[in-house]
Design a protein around this ligand. Sequence first.
Ligand SMILES: Nc1ncnc2c1ncn2[C@@H]1O[C@H](COP(=O)(O)OP(=O)(O)OP(=O)(O)O)[C@@H](O)[C@H]1O
Length: 253
Amino acid sequence: MTLAAQDVSYAVEGRALIDRVTLELRPGEFLGLVGPNGSGKSSLLRTLYRVLKPQGGVVRLDRSDLWALPARHAAQRLAVVAQERMGEFDFTVAEIVMMGRTPHKRDFEPETDEDRRIVRTSLAEVGMAGMAERAFMTLSGGEKQRVLMARALAQGTDVLILDEPTNHLDIRYQLELMGLVKRLGLTTLAALHDLNLAAQYCDRLVMLEAGKVVAAGAPQEVLTAERIREVYGVDVRIGRTASGHIGLEFLPL
Ligand SMILES: Nc1ncnc2c1ncn2[C@@H]1O[C@H](COP(=O)(O)OP(=O)(O)OP(=O)(O)O)[C@@H](O)[C@H]1O
């Protein structure tokens, strides 16, 4: 076990956004969180990266209660690429990625050659090596997304949480990012909208509907035509791709 939610609930004004969700990330797996708009994916992820404190249940990082750990300890183990942006940053790309090193440093400890090397390799991993001195504010949405991924990599954690990481990315960078996550072999939980991409890259999927887990398992177990009709209200034909994954063809409404 690495990161796990057990019976996690969160409600606003009596309405459950997350309703007794239990899931467990196995070491080294790429777990995809799917579900329609408003099903609670981001809310659940927020309880797992310490933004939304669960009102019920517990989140564990290994054996510890994640919410009882000092923030710095949690950040040494768990990195996030979130949907929420802290406004626009007036920093260079390299400065943003260097922020990923903060949990590993004492207050005001200067950056080292090793930190700079990690920043360079993290930027290279996401295809942004030539952009280190650019102002973050001037980047496109997809470039920003890749820089935030580089910051998460620079954090050097063994657990990654990604909220719609392929948002803003063109098809090439969607494939690169999913391939990178797979190649790194970190324990990763990602909220994903593209069910074909999820089926192609994820080891397992968890599907949410109205804050509840309605299915969990291998992509072909979770993504059945019947369930997609029930949960998304969409008809789909499911076949096999040449590479052996399931492929979904959605039918017009
Ligand atoms: N702070 C809040 N107060 C009230 N309702 C909220 C709050 N945060 C989220 N919600 C509601 O909770 C539900 C779940 O939202 P959430 O963003 O977690 O879903 P999601 O599955 O990530 O959706 P999407 O796919 O559209 O990003 C939505 O109906 C949303 O409007």
